[in-house]
Design a protein around this ligand. Sequence first.
Ligand SMILES: [Zn+2]
Length: 298
Amino acid sequence: MEINKLLCRGYQGIARVPDLSGLSQWTEEDKKMEDLIQRTAEQLIKSKHAITLTGAGISTESGIRDFRGPDGIWTKNPEAERKAYQSYARFQENPKEFWIETISSASLLGDLAKVAPNPGHVALAELEKRGLLKCVVTQNIDNLHQKAGSKRVLDYHGNISLLRCFSCDTRYDRAEYDLDRLYKEDRLPPLCRKCNGVLKSDVVYFQEAIPSDVAQASQEEAGKCDLMLICGTSAAVYPFAYLPRMARQRRQGKQTIIIEINADPTPLTEEGISDYLIQGKTGIILPKIVEEVKKRIS
Ligand SMILES: [Zn+2]
């Protein structure tokens, strides 16, 4: 229904991933999707500064649970959400207690160290390697873009594999600190080697500000990109949600192409912030875009 409504308004850029699993026919809609994939490949090649914004949709395809989907962590466990809202205040009140509790309880997301990137992550890394993508700004904390080989990644909500100093913002690889040992030896919280400040997870908690270096760099990227590929996110959570809207405003003066790859139409589609939506899984569509790029530049 949503799609029909949009088409009635003259919105031309929606297509679904073809269902090739059964006996489905090659429909007009499937052809349109192929056209949009080709168009994206061509626009990427022509772009001077393309960036991508990613969200939960690309991670769930690696088997990571989201927070607010039908099977989401908060949806199924409102108590955990209530607790998460208090995390930042609790950390500030007593970092030692907070660390003890964190280390002695299981992570809500499971063991993210064991999760592998999927073909969507790999395709984005490939586009960067070919010089067609300058930056990934992600809301995901799982480090999967880096695992897939992406070099310039701005972890908007932090990165689970890092620790960040509460005083001076220096980041450390989590593996540099033997947290279990510090726990056993009663030496928590971990301390910054530069300033002796308390370290917290790099992950941004509710009520916590986005680290200023990441917030600023992301704004700069959104302000200067001429193509923005939005993958697996409706960009509904602020301040991240400003980024596509900033890029949209910029285009009043200069051309910025905004392309969505999402499972369903989003407010970005409906508000006309994106030029078009390729509807389906990022793990299927992004590799197809890479294939089209390869056909055009070897
Ligand atoms: Zn420090």
